[in-house]
Design a protein around this ligand. Sequence first.
Ligand code: NDP
Length: 394
Amino acid sequence: MATALIIGAGGVGRVVAHKCVMNNQIFDRIILASRTLKRCEEIQSELPAGAIEITTVDADKTEEVIALIEKYQPTILINVALPYQDLTIMDACIATKTPYLDTANYEHPDEAKFEYKLQWARDEKFKEAGIMGLLGSGFDPGATNVFCAYAQKHYFDEIHTIDILDCNAGDHGYPFATNFNPEINLREVSAKGRYWENGEWIETAPMEIMQVWDYPEVGPKDSYLLYHEEMESLVKHIKGLKRIRFFMTFGQSYLTHMKCLENVGMLGIEPVEHQGMKIVPMEFLKTLLPDPASLGPRTKGKTNIGIVAEGLKDGKKRKIYIYQVKDHEECYAEVKSQGVSYTTGVPAVIGAKLMVQGIWNGQGVFNMEQLDPDPFMDEMNTQGLPWNVIEMEC
Ligand code: NDP
């Protein structure tokens, strides 16, 4: 039996709280802590009385997180606040010897650049504290890393190329909205693209490379090359890899709005002077856009996220596609959330479950592909994220 301390009561936090309750044979005490109590209260009200406890914390302050951990003595801390809080929360886990899990890698609020460097740098401290830190246990990163490890373990002697293909064909009826935190989403999408080939990172202009991919159960969609954080760890851990790329689908309306907002400076993260006040354009835009959590009841359609890997098995060429399809309305019916939060929150709970059961264990910080993929893939099938694998022509 385990106590789960969840930090962050946003779209993903809602799914994690619901799913921990559904797994209460493992998590017999669940605490949801976030910056704004009202968000925690909303989630608490959706669940059976007494199912979760709620409280506030400012996770930008390590001392506050330490005090929270000391109060509740969790078996595991599940960080689903924003990437800005990763380091403060990791430091609190080191100080209190508490196992740690997150779904997105650290990003500095003043610099739109995410990388594992500062989280990997805490590996020694996690080892000294005798605890495990699991990085990026969402869908991508997360399940996609596990798909790569699964492909490596069962289908290939060597993987030469990987394309990660992320399609959200959901329609929420708004001309423009983001499916998760707008600031994080727009920073990611408006940044330069990057992929890795023959040991080097190759930079592209934002949205420069596009391919049409036919997603099973969804159909053909324009898919744009972006930089995405799981590539940083996969190039280290997948043997024989020669190229890895990441593609995400965007509709024309989304891209037109984003370009226009960018052109007028609304995606800026530097403060600007406005009527005697300093405001950050991106933060102001976040205030104007629909709250991602409000998209749940409106979103129809499916997500399909997967990987295509190509390489060698027993001296012969092989190509496989592992993917997962999820229906937005089904997610809402189950946990009052749309598919993007669902497909992130469920892998977080699976990772936490495997950690507290000791099935995934170790000391130090780990990316998902470093662990045995089989128990995670089995859990996906029973926790609402069944997946498929198909052989493709090389
Ligand atoms: P939201 O913006 O909906 O929720 C974030 C929550 O964190 C909010 O409740 C917010 O509080 C809380 N929070 C922010 N700052 C603090 C703080 N200093 N102290 C305590 N709580 C804080 O984001 P999402 O739920 O959509 O995303 C959560 C995480 O999941 C993000 O890191 C995101 O990058 C990641 N993600 C990962 C994906 C993957 O596949 N790996 C995909 C999608 C998201 P408040 O309510 O007061 O604003």
